[in-house]
Design a protein around this ligand. Structure first.
Ligand SMILES: *Cc1c(COP(=O)(O)O)cnc(C)c1O
Length: 445
């Protein structure tokens, strides 16, 4: 595989862009390949190499690189008509109505321009609504590049996880381990009256893919209710992917007060959104007193793409297709791992999949979860599968980046660049893509 042109482009990029990229995860080693174009479930790079693409833009591309005809038509007509105005448009109302109709917790919604902007606004909303400052987050959870959540440590000792954030900001953020009901109860026992919100990804999806243990979200729901705190589900990645149009909250049967969206909800264009009970979301200006605003918010092209995306999913076998391919991949990889690398854990659900290079294996894996870890206590792997962000971080993360990812790339399979980010099937992928990918796993693992 020749990468001459990508190397040249990266060389130029390094002169004018920090690290040569606009988002840090893209700076793969030794240098990224530059994409020329997409083709269904594949991408073609600047040197003409073709890869099966399971990165899918890190989440938004439910249809791969193919826009279904109604999506394409909607995008083109709205781009040609403006493309934006600084005044409201009908398409914003239609998209909001669609989301409110399908997502149990959403009565009212504010569209913004990224997942990060959504979580920033959701945290401000929760603080404004409750008149409290503290926010509980999960260790290893990800809510975008924002000040209140780039915080690590424990409720007793926590600090910013990056330079550039004042210690005093981190003071109000309490990180606890995911899947640990006792830790959640303890933080509420200590700080309950000061907690504005618990902010949680229903599935840790930016740290390996860690499923919740049975009842975990129910515990968070009860603690929030008992203490007058808001439960915020960050569904930026799981929204309209896990649990279909009802999102992960419908799969787990827990209704949050506020939900943040991004990725799929914009049909491949920049987007974020904050939805929830009207009484809460209407605290946003101009209805209420929590300031929130944006030049590009509710951008007509994004709204048209997002609404057409979701409508197409409502009317076609989209979730059936992507979930079937997801299951085939997880089952196939589980079999390959049982044979070659029994210490690895296959994780994921619906259209998400990943392999975590854990370091332990059960003696007998006869009755393991065959289609991705479900945190099933009767599974023989239960003790060795990741339950928290720390468990994933303790895996062989270098193996993924330096050995496995490179090997898969050479086999023409594009996976997410590190151990932590998850991978996605799309409506454009085929069973042949699954077969070829499993052959590559067989060759490289
Ligand atoms: C991707 C992601 C974000 C950040 O969204 P951006 O659009 O990258 O700002 C926030 N939360 C979760 C759960 C995400 O997966």
């Amino acid at each position: 595989m020749d990468h001459e042109r990508s190397r040249e482009l990266y060389d130029r990029a390094l002169s004018v862009m920090p690290g040569g990229v606009n988002s840090s995860v893209r700076a793969t080693m030794p240098h990224p390949f530059f994409i020329e174009r997409g083709d269904g479930g594949h991408v073609i790079d600047a040197d003409g190499n073709r890869y099966i693409d399971w990165v899918m833009g890190y989440g938004p591309l439910l249809y791969g690189h193919e826009m279904p005809d109604p999506v394409s038509a909607a995008v083109q007509s709205h781009a040609a008509a403006g493309p934006m105005y600084g005044a409201p448009t009908e398409i914003e109302v239609e998209h909001a109505e669609f989301v409110a109709r399908h997502v149990p917790s959403v009565e009212s919604i504010r569209f913004v321009n990224s997942g990060t902007e959504a979580t920033v606004s959701a945290v401000r909303l929760a603080r404004g609504y409750t008149d409290r400052d503290k926010v509980v987050i999960m260790q290893g959870g990800y809510h975008g590049a924002q000040e209140s959540t780039l915080v690590e440590g424990t409720p007793e000792s926590h600090h910013p996880s990056t330079k550039g954030i004042p210690e005093s900001f981190a003071e109000h953020t309490l990180p606890i381990p995911f899947n640990d009901p006792e830790a959640a109860k303890a933080v509420f026992a200590e700080h309950g009256d000061d907690i504005a919100a618990v902010l949680v990804e229903p599935i840790l999806a930016n740290t390996g893919i860690v499923m919740p243990i049975d009842g975990y979200h129910g515990t968070l729901r009860e603690l929030c209710d008992d203490h007058g705190s808001l439960l915020i589900f960050d569904e930026v990645i799981t929204g309209f992917r896990v649990g279909g149009l009802g999102c992960a909250q419908s799969k787990f049967g827990v209704t949050p007060d506020v939900t943040t969206f991004g990725k799929i909800i914009g049909g491949g264009f920049p987007v974020g959104a904050i939805g929830g009970r009207a009484e809460i979301v209407e605290e946003f200006t101009p209805a209420g007193d929590v300031f929130q605003s944006g030049t590009f918010s509710g951008h007509p092209v994004t709204m048209a793409a997002g609404k057409a995306y979701l409508e197409y999913a409502a009317e076609n076998d989209v979730y059936e297709h992507v979930n079937r391919l997801g299951r085939q991949l997880r089952e196939g990889i589980t079999e390959i791992c049982a044979d070659r690398a029994p210490e690895y854990t296959v994780v994921g659900t619906d259209s998400m999949f990943k392999t975590v290079f854990t370091r332990e294996a059960p003696d007998d894996d006869a009755d393991c979860c065959m289609s991705g870890c479900r945190q099933d206590p009767s599974c023989s792997r239960y003790e060795s599968c990741p339950k928290t962000g720390a468990d994933v971080a303790a895996a062989e993360t270098d193996r993924w980046e330096r050995v496995f990812w490179q090997g898969m790339k050479d086999e023409g399979v594009f996976l997410t660049a590190n151990q932590f980010e998850c991978q996605f099937t799309s409506y454009a992928h085929t069973e042949a893509d699954v077969e070829r990918t499993l052959e590559a796993y067989r060759a490289v693992l």
